[in-house]
Design a protein around this ligand. Sequence first.
Ligand code: PGA
Length: 256
Amino acid sequence: MKTYVVGNWKLNFTVGEASIYLHKLLKRLPVYRDVEVVVAPPFIALQSLSLQIDRHKLKLASQDGYYKDFGAYTGETSFSQLRGLVNYAIVGHSERRYVFHEDDKTIAKKVAAAVRNKITPILCVGETESERAFGEMKDLIRDQVIGGLREVADDNLDKVVIAYEPVWAISSVKGAKSASPEEVAEVIRLIRETLVDAYGRNAAEKVPVLFGGSVNSANVGGYLTIPGVNGVLVGGASLILQEFTDIIEIAKRVRV
Ligand code: PGA
């Protein structure tokens, strides 16, 4: 399986800045066969970046998408509109869940709509600090995995990526609150067990599982050597060209 390095730009960069950053990134990036490099720019930059991109070097993702194809849904962008423009879509990111109040039902519809439109959803799951403190982490992760995949047919499971992002470890790029490899390993095992219980071992093993939350060039090697981790979802550090290219380079070395 390839190693995934996904950069989530969140609400950062103007269209012009995004284009300049991508230009510099493409110049630095060789074609890696074993590392799938993906960037998720803001919606407004997707169209222009799609014309600029070399898809042998990296792929585009959207940061979200709406499950209805067309209609009276002011402000939304559907997966059917994103079809052909992006290869991946981040779905159910904790900022969508907690800032914009998306629940597992909505997220399940988005995951299914992405698959229907030939876009690979990167389904994000993860517990908050208080859910962990109250011993609710295991149930919550299971619910988010099973709930998020509910509308995906069993034989489409290989078209889905899962990302574990503990909410308490997101956005501290200097590493202040980052999760330890042991903490991550425990939840990665839980996600794999949940997939095995629901879909059987063969199908479960085909699902890439990524880790995200304050990943940077200093800690990425530790996360990528955790059994069952197939890549990383990088926020803050993906906005810094040197950091992001270092992470990709480390991903190449660690996994091959
Ligand atoms: P971070 O963000 O790397 O800045 O913590 C990760 C994410 O939210 O996807």
